[in-house]
Design a protein around this ligand. Structure first.
Ligand code: AMP
Length: 190
């Protein structure tokens, strides 16, 4: 099983590149952001809790995220070719919980692929996405908060995965197909 963490700031292209990876490799995909937006749309209790954090650009508490993640992971079954984790983990405790959850199932993260994009480009992309998709958290004020959260809580994961020996850096600025080719090179060699 090739379990892959696709990692990067909001707007770094995780969702776009995940779609290409799903198509080429037949991997399953968990986007925790999509799961939460689905819960909000359906008006569930979880959705109500999630909305209050998302609107402020804050992270949902780790214990809640971890239990959601385990149930989605198990829903893919043992025949899965591997899972792309998109938007998870976002904190060190989430990375530790993911490692434990996978260990318990005899699985592991084979690669953490970091899409590196400069901040001014991220701002541009997210503002444009907000205009097109209407995502409530893609407005300038919330984007700034999400980038602060990314720097303080999520970026330390780069060092954490380097220690695990599975970190791969990719230049996330430029042609989509060139970025995808770089990703494929990592996947084909793990
Ligand atoms: P995303 O679509 O991945 O950018 O996520 C949108 C929002 O959902 C984030 O700004 C967080 O509020 C929340 N969220 C998504 N994934 C996580 C996670 N792994 N941990 C905590 N909050 C999350």
């Amino acid at each position: 099983m090739k379990n892959i963490v696709i990692f990067g700031a909001p707007g770094s292209g995780k969702g776009t590149q995940s779609d290409k990876m799903i198509e080429k490799y037949g991997l399953n995909h968990i986007s925790t952001g999509d799961v939460l937006r689905g819960e909000i749309k359906n008006g569930t209790e979880l959705g109500k809790t999630a909305a209050s954090y998302i609107e402020k650009g804050q992270l949902i508490p780790d214990d809640l995220m971890v239990s959601i993640l385990a149930s989605v992971y198990d829903s893919f079954g043992r025949d899965s070719k591997g899972v792309i984790f998109d938007g998870f983990p976002r904190t060190i405790p989430q990375a530790e919980a993911l490692k434990k959850m996978l260990d318990e199932r005899g699985d592991k993260v084979a690669a953490m692929i970091e899409l590196d994009v400069p901040e001014d480009e991220l701002m541009k992309r997210l503002i444009l996405r907000g205009q097109q998709s209407g995502r409530a958290d893609d407005n300038e004020e919330t984007i700034k908060k999400r980038l602060v959260v990314y720097h303080s809580q999520t970026m330390p994961l780069i060092e954490w995965y380097k220690q695990e020996g599975v970190h791969y850096h990719i230049d996330g600025l430029g042609e989509l197909d060139r970025i995808f080719a770089d990703i494929c090179q990592v996947i084909d060699n793990i």
